[in-house]
Design a binder for this molecule. Structure first.
Ligand code: NAI
Ligand code: MG
Length: 354
């Protein structure tokens, strides 16, 4: 079996952690007997922007649509390209045009990494945030009226479609059904947001009838964020609208000690288009060039990609290698150690091959 992977390192530490992600992928391919056809792309970065005045070539869609998956680093160099240009001009185009409506972010406290939540051990924090990635609160419907006067008014509408809500719920219910705990939590705010959120709740109820084995609960987003911190052990699969999911999927990794380990998947579950796998973090210009960026977010994203491609054993082995390596104390500075990007990446590959 051969997988065609588009590799897009991007900017800053994206360029430094990507080689570690690729090394882990290559080691996994040898151990689990599949082939990788990696093709590198130099767009979606500040250098490309400086040369071409835009982040992507006009035919980026045609160049990328045939790949089995996209492996992405991080984009952004604010001194050269404004952040809204670099993000909207690249990553957000991929997510939108490839209809990657699921944003999946595993949250797991790793052995050897100190959690800011006192007394929490690995095993206490182990859940997945499933965020709706295409509609909801992030719409461009609205406007500004009476500008510059006392009556100045701004309006921005939330859009929820039955198709959009049902497809994210279905993905989350399926995930929950496949996990031993079979437990799904829905993020809502139907006490304050009186039209869209009751609709979300209604669709959760409707979907629940098709998944009798899944145990469902629902929390308002305010108390849910509090419970992430106070009772992270209560959660297994957490499904949320675009805005609520955005907040939860940053709060979750924060509870595990460093943003540097957090992975994410932007998935088009039907496989009509390629899905994209990337660390949660950005290009970290403050530490770029020092060789100390934590490569775990990128390597863990490789594991998510392998799982998506159907290489479940390889995916699990990469995740185990990450855990056993961190447990030995091989930690980059963001986790309180003095390992380098290269030494931590090498140690994971050694653990994988052991
Ligand atoms: P950031 O995630 O790049 O950095 C935030 C802080 O976390 C920094 O102090 C950084 O040093 C640290 N950090 C991040 N990843 C790390 C790692 N792997 N190892 C060790 N420390 C790490 O977010 P920031 O500073 O808000 O944005 C920097 C640039 O990245 C901007 O241009 C922004 O637009 C872009 N960005 C891109 C994203 C993407 O490509 N998906 C996501 C977030 C930001
Ligand atoms: Mg965010």
């Amino acid at each position: 079996k051969t997988y065609d992977i588009a590799v897009i390192p991007g900017d800053g530490i994206g360029k430094e952690v990507m080689p570690e992600g690729v090394r882990a992928l290559e080691a996994a391919s040898q151990l689990f007997d599949f082939n990788l056809n990696l093709e590198y792309f130099d767009f979606a970065c500040a250098e490309y922007y400086q040369q071409h005045g835009k982040m992507l070539p006009d035919d980026w869609f045609e160049q990328l649509e045939g790949f089995d998956a996209l492996f992405f680093g991080a984009v952004g160099l604010p001194d050269v390209v404004p952040d809204h240009v670099s993000l909207w001009g690249s990553l957000l185009q991929f997510r939108r045009h490839f209809d990657q409506y699921v944003n999946l972010r595993p949250v797991k406290l790793m052995p050897g990494v100190a959690s800011p939540l006192a007394g929490r051990e690995p095993g206490d924090v182990d859940f997945l945030v499933v965020r709706e990635n295409t509609e909801g609160e992030y719409s461009s419907i609205g406007g500004k009226m009476f500008e510059g006067t006392e009556r100045e008014t701004v309006i921005q509408e939330t859009v929820m479609t039955r198709t959009g809500v049902d497809r994210i719920l279905k993905y989350a219910f399926n995930l929950a059904q496949d996990r031993p705990e079979k437990h799904l939590t829905s993020a809502t705010k139907s006490n304050g947001i009186s039209i869209t959120m009751p609709y979300w709740d209604e669709r959760v109820k409707a979907m629940q009838s098709s998944y009798p084995e899944v145990d469902v609960d629902s929390y308002h987003i305010d108390i849910l964020t509090a419970n992430f911190v106070m009772h992270p052990d209560w959660f297994d699969i957490v499904v949320a609208s675009n805005l609520f999911g955005d907040i939860l999927s940053d709060l979750g990794p924060a509870c595990t000690g460093t943003i540097g380990i957090a992975p994410s998947a932007n998935i088009n579950p039907e496989g009509t288009f390629p899905s994209l796998f990337e660390p949660v973090h950005g290009s970290a210009p403050d530490i770029a060039g020092q060789g100390i960026a934590n490569p775990i977010g990128q390597i863990w994203s490789a594991s998510l990609m392998l799982d998506h491609l159907g290489e479940r054993d390889a995916a699990a082995a990469v995740l185990e290698a990450i855990e056993s390596t961190l447990a030995t104390g091989e930690l980059t500075p963001d986790m309180g150690g003095s390992a380098t990007t290269d030494s931590l990446g090498s140690a994971v590959v050694r653990a994988l091959s052991a």
